[in-house]
Design a protein around this ligand. Structure first.
Ligand code: B12
Length: 286
C-alpha cells in the first residue's frame, strides 16, 4: 500500500483503480452484472500548465482554469496557497462486449451502450465524489469541476454547445489522448470511453504528453484516409469538416424519445465511437 505523502501519484492511481474494480455501481446491474468500465487510464496535469490559459482562446474565455474552479468552489479560502494545484484526469474504457453490441447498430445505440451512458455516468459521478472526498480527508482542497457550483453547460458563438470544463481537453493536457474527426478523444484504450477529472491543491508530477499535435492519433487528420466515423453517424452530423454539434443533438434527442424502451433516461448514441479503427486503441497508420 502506498501513502499520499510518500508516493502521491501511485497512491491516487491505486485508489482510482480499486474503486473502479470494486464498486458495485460499476456494474450493468439491469443487464448482466458485467462491468460498465475496465481498468482506467490516469494522467496528471499541473494547474499552471499554459494550455489551461490557452483554452480561453481556443474554446472561449468562459472556460475555467483549475485555479478558477478551486477559487469558485472554496471562495472563503486563501487563493495564494493553491499555486501548487494539480488536475487528476481519468479515462474509463468501455468493454469489448458493449462496444461489439454498439458496433452492430446502424441507427440507435445498443441497450448496453445506453446503460453505460446513463448508469455508467452515474458511476463516473460516484468516482468523482469518491476521489475528491479521499483527498479532502487527507487535508487537501479537492473537487470534481463537473460537480462544483461553478460548472455550466452553455451555448457559445465560437464553440457551439459546450461547457466551461471540457473533460476531453483536460485529458489532453494530462497526456491521455488527442481529438478525432468526430471530436471524440482517441486514447491508448481507444475512443469508446468516458472520462472525468478532479482538481486539487495537492502537488503532483505532470504526465508527459506523448504527442505534439491535438489531432495526432486520428487517421483522417494524419493521413487524409479513413473518415469511417462519417459513415457511422446515423444523424449525418459528421463530414470531412468535422462534427456538427447541432445535427448530433438532433439525433441524440431522437434517441432520447426512446428512453422508456431503453430503461435509461440518457441513452446517448456513440455509433461514431464504435465500428471505427480508433474504437479500442490508437489506430495504426495505413
Ligand atoms: C456538451 C456535450 C455534448 C454536446 C456537444 C459535444 C462537443 N463536442 O462539445 C453533444 C450533445 C453534441 C454531445 C454528444 C455526445 N457526447 Co457529449 N458531452 C458534452 C459535455 C457535457 C461538454 C463538452 C464540452 O465541454 N465541449 C467543449 C468544446 C470546446 O469541445 P469541442 O468543440 O469538441 O472542441 C474542439 C476544439 O476545442 C478543438 N481544438 C481546436 N484547437 C485546439 C487546440 C488544442 C491544443 C486542443 C486540445 C483542442 C483544440 O478540438 C475539439 C475537437 O474538434 C461533455 C462533458 C464535459 N464536461 O466535458 C460530454 C462528452 C464530450 N460527451 C461524450 C460522449 C461520449 C458523447 C456522445 C458519444 C453521446 C453518448 N454518450 O453516447 C455524443 C457524441 C460525441 C461526439 N462525437 O462529440 C464524452 C466524450 C467521450 C469521448 N470518447 O470523447 C464526454 C467527455 C462525456 C464524458 N464524461 O465522458 N456531447
Amino acid at each position: 500500500m502506498y501513502s499520499l505523502s510518500e508516493k502521491p501519484e501511485e497512491t491516487l492511481v491505486q485508489e482510482i483503480q480499486k474503486f473502479v474494480s470494486e464498486s458495485p455501481d460499476n456494474r450493468q446491474s439491469r443487464i448482466d452484472g458485467s462491468a460498465h468500465f475496465e481498468t482506467p487510464l490516469i494522467g496528471f496535469a499541473d494547474a499552471q500548465d499554459r494550455l489551461f490559459q490557452d483554452f480561453k482562446n481556443i474554446i472561449g474565455d468562459f472556460h475555467l482554469t483549475p485555479l478558477e474552479v478551486l477559487q469558485g468552489s472554496f471562495p472563503d479560502e486563501h487563493v495564494g496557497s493553491w499555486n501548487k494545484a494539480s488536475v487528476i484526469s481519468w479515462i474509463l474504457p468501455i468493454p469489448e462486449a458493449t462496444r461489439k453490441s454498439n458496433r452492430q447498430q446502424t441507427r440507435y445505440p445498443s441497450k448496453a451502450w445506453a446503460h453505460t451512458r446513463t448508469y455508467g455516468e452515474e458511476f463516473n459521478n460516484k468516482l468523482r465524489e469518491h476521489l475528491a472526498s479521499f483527498l479532502r480527508k487527507e487535508g487537501f482542497f479537492a473537487i470534481a469541476p463537473m460537480q462544483s457550483p461553478v460548472f455550466e453547460v452553455l451555448q457559445s458563438e465560437k464553440a457551439g454547445f459546450t461547457s466551461n470544463w471540457s473533460e476531453r481537453h483536460v485529458a489532453y493536457v494530462s497526456g491521455l489522448g488527442t481529438f478525432g474527426l468526430s471530436r471524440g478523444l482517441i486514447t491508448a484504450r481507444g475512443i469508446a470511453m468516458r472520462c472525468g477529472s478532479v482538481v486539487t491543491s495537492l502537488k503532483l508530477t505532470p504526465t508527459e504528453r506523448p504527442y505534439s499535435n491535438f489531432q495526432e492519433y486520428c487517421l483522417f487528420y494524419s493521413s487524409g484516409k479513413c473518415g469511417r466515423c462519417i459513415k457511422r453517424c446515423p444523424g449525418k452530423a459528421i463530414s470531412e469538416k468535422g462534427q456538427n454539434k447541432d445535427q448530433c443533438m438532433v439525433h441524440c434527442s431522437e434517441v432520447m424519445e426512446k428512453s422508456d424502451e431503453y430503461d435509461a433516461v440518457m441513452p446517448g448514441c456513440g455509433l461514431c465511437l464504435t465500428g471505427v479503427p480508433c474504437e479500442a486503441g490508437i489506430p495504426k497508420k495505413f
